[in-house]
Design a protein around this ligand. Structure first.
Ligand code: TXA
Ligand code: MG
Length: 354
């Protein structure tokens, strides 16, 4: 299959050429084809959510296990009722406050949504993204677009169209290049189907537990997210994920982490390994000139910058053939939890305390 790549400036979606390109992409979706597109979080790989065959194609294109459900993307608040049943008041409240935006809600599934889309579950994940290209594309494609992140299964999520091309070229009909995404980590997922009635966070993101608790009162975090023993409730969170090809180790601890990284980097280099270090801008200088690669990831003063750069930096490590990636940890800021959740998973929970 030849993959067409079209550039659409998110600031100009109503231009004539842009509208034409979006109409063509919408046509591909309506005919059961696949289109990768930008959202405010990461790039998504879209197919018609009501088309079981399109869901199968998505799993095949990504090499993703088909028990891992897809998120249904909508472009109008009122379309929620078409895919979800028995919508609790909590969902109305969250939609009013956070949609369109980087929040996904798990709700009871309407029977019209194929099980292929929901990975066999009786619940459905729904998100109304705010990105202008995503919104126009969803509408043009019929209003209901199933879309996982547009990476090959297991690889870091794409934050640039170049990442989608790397992973999906020749496997999808079209890739829409809308430039670099804003947030850089996937949407927060909150499950509203727990029998306890307590909203449960299945994946941390830009919308934090504090923000959710602030308007809902009580929220909890899926115990499967924290340790390795309990099976996470979002099937996708159980896989080693977001992972670069190199071996990633995380170094925790005040200031001492830098010394520990320096020491271990030297040891690994002596073993003949190609070494890369991921560091905050504030400490990146301390690793320079020692024979390994250094990846400054952003300032600790701006956690959102680190989150924004995370997946791009992990992919860059792969592109550079780094075999051992040693990374500082970044727990601070609103995005710290989301960011460290991705990094910890990418490392297979290899965390070294100093
Ligand atoms: O920001 C995002 O959410 C991006 C963009 C493209 O919208 N999409 C995304 O999709 O991250 P994906 O497929 O990479 O991650 C979806 C996660 C997976 O961990 C999946 O297991 C979980 O959501 N999920 C989907 N439906 C679910 C359901 N009914 N119950 C529990 N977890 C579900
Ligand atoms: Mg994903």
């Amino acid at each position: 299959m030849k993959t067409e790549v079209v550039r659409i400036d998110p600031a100009r979606v109503s231009g004539a050429a842009e509208r034409q390109a979006i109409a063509r992409a919408g046509e591909i979706l309506r005919q059961g084809g696949l289109v990768a597109f930008p959202t405010e979080t990461v790039y998504g790989l879209g197919g018609d959510a009501f088309d079981a065959d399109a869901a199968r194609k998505i799993y095949a294109a990504k090499g993703r296990p088909s028990d891992n459900p897809l998120i249904v993307h909508i472009a109008r608040r009122e379309d929620l009722e078409r895919v979800a049943d028995g919508i609790p008041e909590q969902a109305e409240i969250l939609a009013a406050r956070f949609w369109p935006g980087p929040l996904t809600m798990i709700l009871p599934r309407k029977p019209e949504v194929p099980r292929e889309t929901t990975g066999g579950l009786d619940t459905v994940a729904v998100r109304f993204p705010s990105h202008p290209v995503a919104r126009e594309l969803i509408a043009a494609g019929g209003g209901f677009i199933a879309a996982p992140s547009a990476n090959a299964s297991g690889r870091p999520s794409p934050t640039l169209a170049a990442h989608c091309i790397e992973d999906l070229n020749g496997r999808v009909e079209m890739i829409i290049d809308g430039g670099e995404v804003g947030i850089g980590v996937e949407s927060s997922i909150v499950d509203l189907t727990d029998p306890s009635g307590i909203p449960t966070i299945l994946r941390p993101g830009y919308i934090t537990a504090e923000m959710l608790a602030g308007i809902l009162g009580q929220v909890r975090t899926d115990p499967g997210l924290i340790g390795r023993e309990v099976r996470p409730k979002a099937p996708g969170m159980k896989y080693r994920h977001y992972a670069p090809a190199g071996r990633l180790s995380l170094y925790r601890g005040e200031g001492d982490a830098v010394d520990r990284i320096l020491r271990d980097a030297v040891i690994k280099m002596a073993e003949g390994k190609k070494v890369g270090v991921i560091a905050a801008d504030e400490t990146a200088g301390r690793y320079e000139g020692r024979g390994f690669l250094v990846y400054p990831i952003g300032s600790r003063q701006h956690g959102e910058e680190i989150a924004h750069n995370l997946f791009r930096v992990l992919r860059q490590c792969d592109a550079d053939g780094v075999e051992e990636i040693l990374s500082e940890t970044f727990y601070e800021g609103t995005l710290g939890e989301a960011l460290m959740n991705r990094l910890e998973k990418a490392s297979g929970h290899t965390i070294i305390d100093s």
